[in-house]
Design a protein around this ligand. Structure first.
Ligand SMILES: Nc1ncnc2c1ncn2[C@@H]1O[C@H](COP(=O)(O)OP(=O)(O)OP(=O)(O)O)[C@@H](O)[C@H]1O
Ligand SMILES: O=P(O)(O)OC[C@H]1O[C@H](OP(=O)(O)OP(=O)(O)O)[C@H](O)[C@@H]1O
Ligand SMILES: O=C(O)c1cccnc1
Length: 473
């Protein structure tokens, strides 16, 4: 793993240098949260924590890094010594990967010496924003696919190697089943998947001999690409011929892939041809710039699709290419006490929620149904409360008090124990399954792909009072 301590905006170092001068060892609390869900969706699937943890476990500066810093002539030797001796002293709490999360709630909190905590901003956001974005997109596509597997095919179209590698991991957290990206498959223990490219068919004198050569090499997992010349006139008939030859030799033919044309009509007609030939177990995979809308439409058209191969629109989240997670100061120590801080912007949407906080998911008693999240002050205990008064946490909406009773509150943020080798779960399919369980707990209307209901994210009355008091002063 590369140490990415320098993958940070210059100003973080400039501030850290200043904090070492003026506020050495002063404790501060920062929150990571986002304000808007991509694609006008109802929720984001949190991802990236494993890579964040790995980076923080190895956050240090080499002699070469320090030489480079020295050459910039921006900071003094004391600061370079501080970097040379850097040992993470921050406490970090975070929502687990795969957790469905909502705007404004703290998802990662970093508490520690301000110079250290400030230095982590850019890298934490870079990883969290990227992986959560792709996990969220993958969740949308998985939901649209209604249980049919999604194969991640995006490496060639991802924005560079890291986006392919970690984007694939995030795509699995969001629901993808396999990947064509061998590096991601090896690194994250994801099943590999793949068919063939048009070049294979073009490289041989004709389609039939290209299929036969492939079948001879891979008799038990031959997936033939049938759209190089003509799907119905040539590709599928040739595939049927080769599959019947394979069957005669005792093999079980795998499938075909269609990558162009009217997918609904081509899959229907191909399915009919395969079935007529007795090849009912041959699977149909489709690809070609698929997204959640096309998948929904194809399934509405009753297209008999078994697998979706999805590249560019998943790995780049091209319809919504940014998750704008931010890292904001919530509190800073003065005379041994944490003083809540707020950013009051001209833009009301950018108002921050001050102070050290906790987040709870509230469930109806005796059910596994979640009905709201509540942001509370760190010293408010909702687990043992029977009745709380809350207001909408969105400053752009009416903040009328609401009384909540008969709930069970579960904290969402969990402290990371850096004394362990693996402070967070690393099995991506276990994370995917847990994520699905958490999604199952949410109201169905909040999970619609279009115009979802807004899942309530409240703040406690006490937190709202603190916010108002700080705005007033
Ligand atoms: N029946 C269908 N309903 C909805 N969308 C479809 C249907 N068939 C194909 N599509 C989608 O429409 C888009 C355009 O398909 P089309 O075959 O015209 O693609 P193309 O990119 O021009 O083809 P090619 O890959 O051959 O260049 C693709 O994203 C494809 O997935
Ligand atoms: O469309 P995506 O969702 O990104 O899926 C992956 C695409 O990658 C391959 O295309 P290739 O690079 O061979 O180019 P093509 O557009 O000519 O098919 C494959 O045939 C898919 O079309
Ligand atoms: O294996 C495939 O079919 C594949 C892999 C990457 C991109 N497109 C297709």
């Amino acid at each position: 793993m590369k140490n990415l301590a320098l993958l940070t905006d210059l100003y973080e170092y400039s501030m850290a240098n200043g904090f070492q001068h003026y506020l050495p060892q002063t404790r501060a609390v920062f929150d990571v949260f986002f304000r808007k869900v991509p694609d006008k969706g109802g929720l984001v699937v949190a991802a990236g924590l494993q890579q964040i943890v790995e980076q923080l476990q190895d956050f240090n500066f080499s002699a070469d890094d320090l030489e480079y810093f020295r050459s910039l002539k921006l900071w003094d030797e004391d600061f370079l010594q501080f970097l040379a001796n850097f040992k993470l002293e921050c406490q970090i709490s975070a929502v687990p990967e795969g957790m469905p999360v909502f705007p404004r709630e703290p998802l990662i909190t970093v508490s520690g010496p301000i110079a250290q905590a400030q230095l982590l901003e850019t890298l934490i956001l870079n990883i969290f924003n990227h992986q959560s974005l792709i996990a969220t997109k993958s969740r949308r596509m998985t939901q649209a696919a209604q249980g049919k597997p999604i194969m991640e095919f995006g490496a060639r179209r991802a924005q560079g190697p890291d986006s392919a590698l970690y984007g694939t991991r995030a795509a699995v957290i969001g629901g993808a089943s396999s990947t064509s990206d061998v590096l991601a498959a090896k690194k994250f223990h994801i099943p590999t998947a793949g068919t063939m490219a048009h070049s294979w068919i073009e490289a041989f004198p004709d389609e039939l001999s290209a299929f036969r050569k492939w079948a001879a090499l891979y008799p038990d997992n031959a997936a033939l690409l049938v759209d190089t010349y003509d799907v119905l006139q040539s590709g599928v008939p040739h595939a049927i011929q080769v599959f019947q030859e394979l069957q005669a030799q005792g093999h079980q033919p795998l499938g075909i892939r269609i990558d162009s044309g009217d997918i609904a009509s081509l899959t229907q007609k191909s399915r009919a041809l395969l079935d007529e030939a007795g090849l009912t177990s041959v699977k149909i995979t489709i690809s070609n710039a698929l997204d959640e809308n096309i998948i929904t439409s194809l399934l509405q058209q009753q297209a008999p699709i078994d697998n979706f191969g999805i590249g560019e629109k998943l790995i780049t989240s091209s319809s919504a290419p940014v998750l704008s997670g931010v890292y904001k100061l919530a509190a800073i120590e003065q005379n041994g006490q944490l003083i809540p801080k707020i950013k009051v912007s001209n833009d009301l949407a950018k108002l921050t929620i001050p102070g050290p906080k906790k987040v709870y998911r509230l469930y109806y008693e005796h059910t596994q149904e979640a009905f709201a999240d509540v942001i509370a002050l760190a010293d408010e205990d909702l687990i043992h409360s029977e009745r709380i008064t809350v207001v909408n946490s969105n400053p752009l909406q009416l903040q009328k008090p609401v009384v909540l009773t008969n709930f069970v509150a579960q904290p969402l943020l969990h402290p990371l124990d850096f004394s362990q080798k693996h402070p967070v779960p690393t099995d991506v399919f276990a994370i995917q399954r847990t994520s699905q369980r958490w999604l199952d707990e949410l109201p169905i209307e909040t999970k619609r792909l279009t115009n979802p209901d807004i899942y309530p994210v409240y703040m406690t009355e006490a937190l709202n009072k603190l916010q108002k008091d700080l705005i007033a002063h």
